[in-house]
Every structure is written in C-alpha cells, then in structure tokens.
Write a protein that binds this ligand. Structure first.
Ligand SMILES: [Zn+2]
Length: 276
C-alpha cells in the first residue's frame, strides 16, 4: 500500500483509494494524477490522503494475488493471504476520515454510479456532489467490502475497465468529491439529486450465447425479457426493476443484478445537513 498526503483547502479529512483491484488500472492512474495536481500544502487544516491499495496485484495486472481485497474486509493481520492481511492496513489508513472515496471500474457499460452501505451525512454529500445520477444502496448486500466496513466510505464505478473514458470521468468525479467536502476550492461544489437503487438479486447465466436487452439503470417494463441464453429466459414481472452491472460477456456466472428503485437522494442543504 502506498499513501500520499496532500493539502486541503478546508478542515475535513478526506481520502481517495485506487488500486483495490489490480486489473483496474484506472484507479491508480487517477490517484497519481491527483497527486501531481494537488498542492502538498493546503490553506486549511484538513488533509487529502491518496492511497494506492494493492501494488502487487497492479504489477501482475490481476484482480488480486490471493483473495479479492474488496471481499476481504475487515481482514486479518495474521493471514497468510496477502489481501486478507492488507485489508486491516487499508482500513487503518482510512481511520478517522470524514469522507472516503474508493475507485473501481467494471466490465459493464456506463453510466457511472456510486455504491454505499450506510447513508451518513458525509455519504450524502459525496454521492450528490459527484456527477452521477445513480447510487446503489448495498447496505444489506455484503459485509466484506471496503464501503461496508470503513465509515463514510463511498465506492464509485467510474467506467469500463481499461478505458481512457474511465480515467477521465473518475478524475473529474474525484475533483467533485473534493469540492463537495471543502478540500478543493478552485470552484464551488455542484450538488444534484441522485436516484437510489437497492439491489441484491443476481441474475444467473446458464450457458450458450448470452443476450442482454437492457442497459444499466434503464427501466425494464413489466413482462419484458432482461436477458437470456440457452438455459435461462429472465422475464421481469414487476414494476421498477433496473439492471445493475449488466453485461453479456463481462461475468462468467451472472448477467448482472436486479436493482429496485428506492428513492431520490436530495443534496445536503435541501436535506437540512449543515456543510462540513
Ligand atoms: Zn474493482
């Protein structure tokens, strides 16, 4: 794990983490670009901590060396598995932060979206402060991800794995995150409302030629087929279902996840939270 400290324009302590998965080079690239752009001294007392989590996996260009780091939290310092022992060190580097952003890319198509486990005022600020329209509330999904263990953490899927678009978008999203928490004052923060989707139902793949008929967060009309192959025909028989991580060839065992639209998240001022 590599940690780089940069100055903040404000009082909040925020962190951005890239390189959790070694086959997603965008995160580390974004962190390096932020390190080169941000001043080492800020006008405020806060801090911007930049973290590159898993250098061995990045060097090997594999998702992980021993275990998926984003399924290994809280981890075990005594573990022989590299990522299981790394998880507590990453969590310690993020301890006491007012806001944390973890960068990811996927095999799925845009639009980019955020993922959070617990909606704290800081998380609301992060999610509505970034240029995304959708957030996945994964509160009852898993307990081994970074955002389910580290307080005030938000993960963001910035785009397709290996694409330059993912780096460009992710970098802009990081600047927006920093502005939302007062860590960067080059321009005022821009908050927008965000649609929150809950999802926990995996859509299994069987075999043969896979077909996916709807894009991420596109509303699937009742009775329509979301995806099919030689084994499955996944027809949706309720309202308000949208696909998440939809992909024909990205994942071996699933077409994606069914999400269900929950509510709209309002920006912090409208919601009555005082700024950090
Ligand atoms: Zn990832």
């Amino acid at each position: 794990m590599e940690t780089i400290e940069r100055g903040s324009a404000g009082t909040s302590r925020v962190a951005i983490v890239g390189g959790i998965h070694g086959d997603e080079p965008a995160g580390a690239e974004i962190v390096r670009r932020l390190a080169a752009t941000l001043d080492s001294e800020g006008s405020g007392d806060g801090t911007v901590r930049l973290v590159i989590a898993n250098e061995p996996a990045l060097a090997a260009e594999t998702r992980y060396t021993d275990a998926d780091l984003n399924r290994a939290f809280p981890g075990d310092p005594e573990s022989d598995e590299y990522e299981r022992a790394l998880a507590p060190r990453v969590a310690a580097a993020l301890d006491g932060m007012d806001a944390v952003l973890a960068l990811h890319t996927s095999h799925s198509a845009p639009p980019p979206f955020a993922i959070y486990s617990e909606l704290t005022p800081s998380v609301r600020r992060s999610v509505t402060g970034m240029p995304i329209d959708y957030a996945l509330d994964s509160g009852n999904l898993r307990s081994t991800t970074l955002d389910s263990v580290v307080p005030h953490a938000v993960s963001i899927e910035v785009g397709r794995q290996g694409s330059e678009d993912a780096v460009e978008f992710g970098y802009e999203a990081c600047l927006a995150f920093l502005r939302a928490h007062g860590a960067l004052d080059d321009e005022p923060p821009a908050f927008t409302e965000t649609t929150v989707v809950a999802g926990d139902e995996e859509v299994p793949k069987g075999g043969g030629e896979p077909h996916v008929y709807f894009e991420n967060f596109e509303s699937i009309p009742r009775g329509a087929v979301f995806a099919e192959d030689d084994v499955y025909t996944h027809r949706v028989d309720e309202e308000g279902v949208v696909p998440i991580l939809a992909s024909e060839h990205g994942y071996e065992e699933i077409f994606g996840i069914y999400g269900r639209v929950q509510h709209t998240l309002q920006p912090p001022d409208a919601a009555g939270d005082s700024p950090v």
